[in-house]
Design a binder for this molecule. Structure first.
Ligand code: HEC
Ligand code: HEC
Length: 415
């Protein structure tokens, strides 16, 4: 037989006569529940109201046009809420977007230059020269005219950068980038990664554009060195006002427009082979076009660079559905892509934005026929200029580049 409370460290009800003492000791441990209504503390209501306000304002500013496909803060108008001092404007036909020249420059760099010069500005040994610490950007070969000239027209042939020799080709960006973007990207490049240069203004780029109007081809290092080191461009930012020439950033054209619907492929038209179309001579002309365009990234061997630029030789995108190939190159592609079982995650700029000569249907057809029949690629179906035009018409409404999901949707059966 055991005592119920034996050895336990608690009140012994049997021995305590005064029941009120028992209650008092219990009450000390458990507060009595009361029957009235306790108001929500004021601090909590204020906190909730504040959170709601913040959420409302946040959605108001960053609603991205409530587009279900993209989150695009540029569709909204933050400056209406937080006008930037000085240069805030709301342009006709839409809200203006404020990006400082440096932020805009960084964006352009990532979109355009980084695929070759790398995000870190270190370039790639033997392929793409570094911009970080380069004497052309911030050193003995630097001159504002020279650097603007390089980006406007491009650069080719042997050059030495930081003691390493390069002999590549950089496409000019004059057609692809407006002067304010070129100014911004150069301002960024001159200040990023420990470079200590100053600013390039939009006015300077415009002045250089005028001055080099007749310089059609890419520069060589020899030619550039003829531009004296003390040459100046008009329109430099006044010293002491680093952002003096900062113009409100361009609306990033490619991201603000409404996202065009992906057209499902109804009847994948085979590439028509015009009876008169001379594939052999198209391939021959395409070779020369390749040498001034795609070669910079996809290389003369068509092998690309592992991890950076996908290969052409044996690529299912090159040898597959020609309609998808044309659509891909005219609109560009961004994000993950698999080519010959290798994964890439980079950006292909819409090629005819980058290379105006490819706006011509015949030239584009020629370069595509070339890549479809070079190395181990063999395709007797020709891509004709008419076919290129048909695909252009079909995707006329589309402004943004392709990505893995929507190209799959548009060309479900393409192999
Ligand atoms: C398709 C690849 C490619 C892209 C895109 C590209 N470059 Fe280049 N860039 C090169 C190559 C290749 C060279 C060296 C050319 C040579 O060997 O003659 C070069 C050289 C340069 C040079 C001079 C050498 C140095 O390293 O300082 C500068 C400056 C430069 N690029 C800036 C830019 C900027 C700014 C952009 C973006 C607006 C850009 N590049 C986009 C490939 C590219
Ligand atoms: C500035 C570098 C650059 C240039 C110049 C360039 N491409 Fe590309 N290309 C890329 C990158 C990077 C990708 C991969 C995109 C990704 O990862 O999302 C790619 C992917 C492709 C693909 C799909 C994958 C494959 O390898 O089959 C095709 C097709 C293509 N490019 C065609 C062209 C053609 C045609 C030209 C010339 C008219 C060209 N590209 C010029 C960088 C470039």
């Amino acid at each position: 037989m055991s005592q119920p409370n034996a050895g336990q460290d608690r009140l012994d009800y049997l021995e305590t006569a005064d029941i009120t003492e028992v209650h008092a000791s219990i009450a000390r441990e458990h507060a009595e529940p009361s029957a009235d209504v306790t108001p929500i503390p004021t601090w909590l209501s204020i906190l909730c109201a504040g959170a709601l306000c913040w959420a409302g304002i946040y959605v108001g500013i960053f609603h991205g046009g409530f587009n279900p496909k993209v989150f695009n803060e540029y569709e909204s108008n933050p400056t209406a809420f937080f006008p930037l001092p000085g240069n805030a404007t709301v342009g006709p036909g839409g809200p203006a977007v404020e990006l400082t020249p440096l932020a805009l420059g960084e964006k352009v760099f990532k979109e355009v230059c980084a695929s070759c010069h790398q995000l870190t500005g270190t370039g790639m040994p033997g392929q793409f020269p570094p911009l970080a610490g380069s004497e052309w950007v911030d050193g003995s070969e630097y001159n504002e005219k020279r650097i603007v000239a390089i980006v406007l027209k491009g650069f080719k042939g042997p050059v030495t950068v930081k003691g390493a020799a390069f002999n590549g080709a950089m496409p000019g960006q004059e057609q692809a980038l407006k002067p304010n973007k070129i100014a911004a990207v150069l301002t960024y490049v001159k200040q990023a990664w420990g470079n200590k240069g100053g600013e390039i203004s939009e006015a300077q780029v415009t002045a250089a554009k005028k001055e080099f109007l007749d310089h059609g081809d890419q520069w060589t290092a020899e030619e550039l060195k003829k531009i004296p080191l003390d040459a100046k461009l008009e329109g430099a930012a006044a010293p002491g006002t680093p952002q003096a020439n900062a113009k409100p950033a361009d609306k990033p054209a490619d991201t603000t427009k409404p996202v065009a619907e992906v057209k499902p492929a109804v009847a994948p038209a085979p590439a028509p082979v015009a009876a008169t179309f001379d594939l052999a001579s198209s391939i021959a002309s395409g070779k020369a076009i390749y040498a001034t365009t795609c070669i910079a990234c996809h290389l003369p061997t068509g092998t690309g660079l592992p991890g950076t630029f996908p290969p052409f030789d044996g690529s299912e995108w090159i040898n597959g559905d020609p309609r998808r190939l044309v659509a891909l190159v005219i609109k560009g592609y961004s994000g993950p892509i698999t080519v010959k079982g290798q994964a890439f995650n980079n950006i292909l700029i819409a090629v005819d934005t980058q290379f105006p000569q490819l706006k011509d249907n015949a030239s584009l057809a020629n370069v595509l026929n070339y890549v479809r029949n070079e190395w181990s690629n063999k395709n007797s179906t020709a891509v004709t200029p008419d076919f290129v035009q048909k695909v252009r018409d079909e995707f006329k409404g589309r402004v943004e580049s392709w990505n893995a999901a929507d190209i799959e949707k548009a060309f479900p059966a393409a192999k």
